[in-house]
Write a protein that binds this ligand. Structure first.
Ligand code: GDP
Ligand code: MG
Length: 173
């Protein structure tokens, strides 16, 4: 069984922990503890291959710090998270993407990465429109997922996609 490791980055309160808990434990985490920083793991099958993904859920990525840089160095795959109900959190994703390529010393296109918009269930509070995401996805050539940890919508798909990208990268090396 192949093992991969990924890190989850994004602004505070966007739903990183809820996303990872939904993915690994199939539960909705409705309490908000901004300080939680924890490693999770899940084993599942992607296209007939059993894989293990170790996921680090990070806290406090408001500022780009030395710690963030260490996380980036240690990870092969990235889940960049923003909230569909908070437009400003999308900026943070853009910054992170640039920093990841810089720290890894590779072109942005060569990093296994998915962008995850959260809280799609909060339809009436939505600030980021699908067209904006479609446009960014095209510009960055990166897949975007609109998810809800609460409703369990498109969470699994995002991680399947990430694993596929990591497999492809491993094969290329
Ligand atoms: P983090 O700081 O990025 O880890 O954010 P959390 O995962 O702790 O989530 C922050 C708050 O948003 C918590 O109160 C969560 O319950 C809530 N939340 C997270 N994901 C969703 C979602 O998909 N739908 C709704 N309605 N709330 C969510
Ligand atoms: Mg958290």
């Amino acid at each position: 069984m192949r093992e991969f490791n990924a890190v989850v980055l994004g602004a505070g309160g966007v739903g990183k922990s809820a996303l990872v808990v939904r993915f690994t434990q199939d539960q909705f985490l409705d309490t908000y503890d901004p300080t939680i920083e924890e490693a999770y793991s899940k084993t599942w099958t992607v296209d007939d291959e059993l894989v293990q993904l170790d996921v680090l859920d990070t806290a406090g990525a408001e500022q780009f710090t030395a710690i963030t840089e260490l996380y980036i160095k240690a990870a092969t795959g990235f889940v960049l998270v923003f909230s569909l109900i908070q437009e400003a959190s999308l900026k943070e994703v853009s910054n992170l993407r640039t920093q990841i390529a810089r720290v890894k010393g590779v072109s942005e296109a060569d990093v296994p990465l998915v962008v995850v918009g959260t809280k799609s269930d909060l339809v009436y509070e939505r600030e980021v429109q699908p067209e904006t995401l479609k446009e960014l996805s095209y510009q960055w050539t990166v897949p975007f997922y609109e998810t809800s940890a609460k409703k369990n919508s498109h969470v699994q798909e995002a991680f399947d996609d990430l694993v596929r990208q990591m497999r492809t990268q491993e094969t290329r090396q």
